[in-house]
Design a protein around this ligand. Structure first.
Ligand SMILES: [Zn+2]
Length: 271
């Protein structure tokens, strides 16, 4: 775990997403949990040293943020849409996913999808010890993203609305995403904890605006040139736009998925 401020810790070595921990006088708040069961258990033991886990917040519905929830105590808080997604998740699918990503680690018998206890649709504020947790529904990466702002630590947990690895657009709401990033820029914070990758400052938000705009503009250009979806899938590699992005098999697959999904969304919108 990396210590970010006096009371904020972020784990990103054993978790797929950033799993964060805020230590208050009255217990611990966890923001997203490690995906792989063995690592989630290990991390739950680690954060237990800081005190009792009082709340777990999931910032989005994707498996890399929610699958470790069952190994943590406290009340589970999510957006209503994330709750629906968790209730619809199947352990069998998780087993298949895990086999692909970490073939040497099995799903243990304790694993289950944990139904959230408390949901929000717009905003919610949790008070614990001397800390305030502003939970804000800010769609973008998915329609159900929740951003967590902790003013006492001058820290914002952005969910995958800000990510420092390749972004996933398969469930995105493009216009809302750009609006969310504009709103995030206005917050008076020193630390930005992205959904994935290193913790940074508010420059991360600017970088993300550029990234989202570059993706959108590239696909819009292809549509304007009259490219079909198949042509876009086969010719858009984003190599020129993102030369530093590793060209491994996984990223190449994600690029194809993003191109496909953005093409579909933007043509439906008449873009
Ligand atoms: Zn996600």
């Amino acid at each position: 775990m990396e210590k970010i401020t006096a009371n904020v810790y972020v784990e990103n070595k054993i978790s797929w997403c950033n799993s964060s921990c805020v230590v208050t006088k009255e217990g611990v708040v966890i923001i997203d949990t490690p995906m792989v069961p063995a690592y989630a258990k290990q991390h739950a033991a680690e954060v237990g040293k800081f005190g009792e886990v009082r709340y777990v917040i999931n910032t989005e519905p994707h498996g890399d943020h929610i699958s470790g929830d069952c190994y943590f105590g406290g009340a589970l808080v999510t957006h209503e849409g994330t709750r629906d997604a968790i209730l619809a998740s199947k352990v069998e699918d998780f087993k298949v996913m895990l086999q692909r990503t970490t073939p040497d680690i099995e799903v243990d018998k304790d694993f289950k999808y944990r139904p959230p206890d408390i949901t929000l649709n717009d905003r919610m504020t949790l008070y614990l010890g001397d800390h305030t947790f502003h939970l804000m529904h800010m769609p973008g990466h998915t329609p159900f993203q929740v951003v967590v702002y902790v003013p006492e630590e001058r820290t914002i947990f952005t969910s995958d609305n800000v990510t420092r690895v390749i972004p996933f657009f398969h469930q995105c709401v493009p216009d809302a995403w750009l609006k969310t990033l504009k709103q995030l820029e206005k917050l008076d914070v020193d630390y930005v904890v992205p959904g994935h990758g290193d913790v940074g400052d508010k420059n991360c938000i600017k970088e993300m605006q550029n990234t989202v705009n570059t993706w959108l503009n590239t696909i819009k250009d292809a549509i304007a040139k009259g490219m079909t979806k198949e042509e876009a899938q086969n010719t858009i590699t984003m190599e020129k736009e993102f030369p530093n992005l590793p060209r491994d098999e996984r990223n190449i697959g994600v690029i194809k998925m993003n191109v496909t999904r953005l093409y579909e969304i933007l043509t439906k919108q008449g873009g």
